[in-house]
Design a protein around this ligand. Structure first.
Ligand SMILES: Cc1cc2nc3c(=O)[nH]c(=O)nc-3n(C[C@H](O)[C@H](O)[C@H](O)COP(=O)(O)OP(=O)(O)OC[C@H]3O[C@@H](n4cnc5c(N)ncnc54)[C@H](O)[C@@H]3O)c2cc1C
Length: 261
């Protein structure tokens, strides 16, 4: 068993454009599109915005892709940002974190590690920094997770024997599932989990705004800041307007003037 204090956020997928199909579309409209946009997420957002007003060719003006998207954000024309989607795997986070995360609905998709299928006998636990930094509180936390972890193992074993006795004809996989789904009830919120997330640019901005704010819970704030750091490099025209400040406790928070785009 390990105690984890840092989440890990992996960007594993992103929107791509099909340049050939875009050229076909532009030719069918007898127009052209000159853009200095460089990545799929920003290109689809700009393209979607330009389709609204057919602002291609001579009508597109001299704005850079960055200026164009900055205007979209300041005008709160956020629906065009919904076309750009990124995929992440987040690990080293607690079940409390994912409980808060999945409250974000519009524009999100989730696939989370199943405690019914996956054996949690060797799981790790996530400890809040404020507890980890205090030896006495850390000791209390450690004893609590070890006790519930031991109870989980005993229950899983006892349930396995009980199910074997009472329902011998169940498939082995279903016997394991029955035992684990009941035994997990004693695992704490601190239990480490892994979650696959997909979200569009508008949803990610909303998440960073709510969960990167100074008063957000520290674990989800840390993930929001990690997502922001990735997205600022990934799509600076869509995430470049945030300011990151260091709070008195040394942790970071993010704010923007463009709220709820
Ligand atoms: C500091 C903080 C404390 C919190 N405390 C609590 C708490 O004590 N208890 C609790 O239960 N939750 C709490 N929450 C969660 C909060 O209530 C929201 O569920 C969560 O932040 C997701 O926000 P959202 O609904 O705006 O996001 P999303 O679901 O991503 O929605 C984004 C936006 O889309 C629109 N939208 C989405 N779904 C609908 C819909 N069905 N109908 C109309 N419009 C829709 C809304 O404009 C919404 O803001 C807290 C959140 C924060 C940041």
């Amino acid at each position: 068993m390990h105690i984890i204090t840092e989440p890990a956020v992996y960007l594993v997928g992103r929107t791509q454009v099909d340049s050939y199909a875009i050229r076909e579309f532009l030719e069918s409209e007898s127009t052209t599109w000159l853009t200095d946009g460089e990545n799929g997420g920003e290109l689809v957002s700009e393209l979607a915005g330009r389709v609204c007003y057919l602002s291609f060719g001579e009508k597109q003006g001299r704005r850079s892709s960055r200026d164009y998207l900055a205007n979209i954000i300041s005008m709160e024309h956020g629906s065009v940002l919904e076309h750009a989607v990124w995929n992440f795997i987040v690990t080293g986070v607690s079940r409390s974190f994912t409980h808060e995360l999945v409250r974000h609905r519009a524009g999100w998709a989730y696939s989370q590690l199943s405690q019914r299928y996956v054996d949690e006998s060797d799981t790790d636990f996530v400890e809040p920094t404020i507890i980890a930094s205090d030896p006495e509180l850390h000791g209390t936390c450690l004893r609590a997770v070890e006790t519930s972890h031991q109870a989980y193992r005993s229950l899983a074993e006892g349930l396995r024997e009980k199910i074997e006795r009472e329902q011998p004809d169940l498939k082995p996989r279903d016997k394991r599932k029955r035992a684990r789904e009941a035994a997990r009830s004693v695992l704490p919120n601190a239990t480490e989990t892994k979650i696959f997330i997909s979200a569009n640019a508008r949803a990610l901005r909303h998440f960073v705004e709510y969960r990167g704010a100074p008063d957000a819970e520290p674990e989800i704030r840390r993930v929001a800041l990690a997502v922001l750091e990735i997205m600022r490099q990934e799509a600076p025209s869509l995430f470049g307007d945030y300011t990151v400040e260091v709070l008195p406790d040394g942790s970071e928070a993010a704010t923007t003037v463009h709220k709820k785009v």
